[in-house]
Design a protein around this ligand. Structure first.
Ligand code: DLL
Length: 434
């Protein structure tokens, strides 16, 4: 198994922590001197960077949140003049202004290095032909993967998102071996291929997926793998800390390796905000190390995961995050039961006769939140007039109740009636305020 940067990815823990402490101290000085946002935050608690002694002191520092980016829109979080920023990306989010992020030339070099590590650990080499079906634009996904994959020496096809039939044609004609996209789009592309009379598993060469940008369940992963005959890896990151390259899975698929020489990751209780021990699930909090244009201290991601520091059988010693199961703000409370969309997905992907295309509509009934799950039935069930739709629905109902203790409204809908996305899927339609 190849490792892109053995020195950093296999560094003994003690040495890694020393490096982190050194870089963190530099970062704290940088933000205190160059960012009015952090100076204010630190002054409020009477903290001076020179007081910082050990990594343990990090938990005393204030958090950074998305609103800090919004309040300082567009460039107020930068710690360099815009003249030194050579690239800007942004994420739109569901409400309000863009979250704007900037990169200096040096930041871009580090970013490519991190994505090169991430792709190498998933098994990409310079022999691969990679098709980037993330949307090119302000989204960090496409450009991040693009330069990281070029750094490895892989062949990059920057096709961008959408134009699905052309994607399949190119895959076939150019011999694509690696697909880079959201998991939702990968599943959609497999449907498009089938419609074109091309079986992705037997008629295409795609052996690996570098997926990311949204949460997907293990069941969804297996569905993609079965349709494509590929290894589907999960890679996580967010614009605020520089996009993809933060963490990714190695070929052994046992959690996502975090690039710890450039990030410190904490897991905190989302309510008390106290740090949680390894193995416990909570909110992921990220501090960047060594970033010039936009360092962030203790960024609250709202994403839920747990961490382990056990070395991996692949040889890497870096901390590993468990699969992100959802976001704290995605959690639905249905008659007192907490459920994440990904849990609902895990159940319905396993029901015979249903397709993994679904939407969860949340609405109010009196004072209570209710949900309706719309899910597509499969083509063969649809065309079989004797198919027992009631039995399929009942099966789903029972499984939802058995595994999640919820009893939502269910609506089976025709194949292909739920809108497909070339990027991140919109799973939850929230009608509570409309
Ligand atoms: O989605 C960065 C990215 C691009 C990562 C491509 C990996 C591959 P944003 O658009 O800022 O950045 O969205 C970040 O998306 O806070 C998570 O809620 C979600 N997310 C991203 N990757 C994953 C993943 C990019 N692998 C937000 N699993 C994050 C679960 C993910 N959620």
């Amino acid at each position: 198994m190849r490792i892109w940067n053995k020195e950093m990815e296999c560094m003994p823990r003690e040495e890694m922590e020393k490096l982190q402490l050194k870089r963190l101290k530099e970062t704290l000085h940088r933000v205190y001197e160059k960012s009015s946002v952090y100076r204010r935050k630190f002054d409020e608690i009477g903290f001076k960077p020179e007081d910082f002694e050990s990594l343990d002191d990090l938990k005393k520092l204030p958090f950074t949140v998305k609103d800090d980016f919004r309040d300082n829109y567009p460039f107020g979080m930068f710690t360099v003049p815009v003249k030194d920023v050579v690239r800007i990306h942004a994420s739109s989010g569901t409400t309000g202004k863009l979250t704007v992020v900037g990169f200096t030339r040096n930041d871009l070099e580090i970013w490519s290095e991190l994505v090169a590590r991430m792709a190498t650990m998933a098994g990409v080499t310079d022999e691969d032909v990679t098709q980037i079906a993330f949307g090119y634009g302000l989204f960090t996904g496409a450009h991040g993967l693009h330069y990281g994959l070029e750094k490895i020496g892989a062949t990059v096809i920057p096709i961008s998102g959408g134009n699905s039939e052309k994607q399949i044609m190119i895959m076939k004609d150019f011999g694509t071996t690696v697909l880079v996209s959201t998991p939702t789009y990968a599943l959609h592309l497999s449907e498009v291929a089938m419609k074109m009379g091309i079986d992705p598993k037997n008629d295409l060469n795609v052996r690996l997926g570098l997926f990311g940008g949204e949460a997907f369940s293990e069941e969804y992963r297996r569905e993609i793998e079965a349709r494509w005959g590929m290894l589907a890896t999960d890679n996580y990151g967010l614009s605020e800390v520089g996009g993809p390259g933060f963490s990714g899975e190695c070929e052994l698929i046992c959690g996502q390796h975090v690039a710890e020489d450039y990030f410190i990751v904490e897991i905190v209780d989302p309510v008390t905000l106290e740090p949680l021990p390894p193995g416990e699930k909570g909110e992921v909090v990220i501090t960047t190390l060594g970033r010039e244009a936009l360092p962030v201290i203790r960024y609250r991601t709202k994403d839920i995961s747990s961490i382990t520091y056990e070395p991996c059988a692949c040889g890497r010693t870096t901390a590993r995050l468990s699969k992100i199961t959802g976001r704290t703000d995605d959690m639905l409370i249905i008659r007192g039961v907490n459920v994440f969309p990904s849990q609902i997905e895990s159940v319905l992907v396993n029901i015979e006769g249903l397709e993994p295309h679904y939407q969860i509509v949340v609405y109010k009934k009196g004072f209570l939140d209710e949900i309706e799950i719309k899910v597509e039935i499969s083509e063969d069930i649809f065309s079989d007039k004797y198919a027992d739709l009631e039995r399929i629905e009942e099966n789903l109902r029972q499984q939802l109740y058995k595994t999640l203790s919820i009893n939502p409204k269910i609506k089976l809908v025709e194949p292909h009636s739920i809108e497909r996305s070339a990027g991140k899927a919109k799973r939850v339609i929230d009608l509570r305020n409309s």
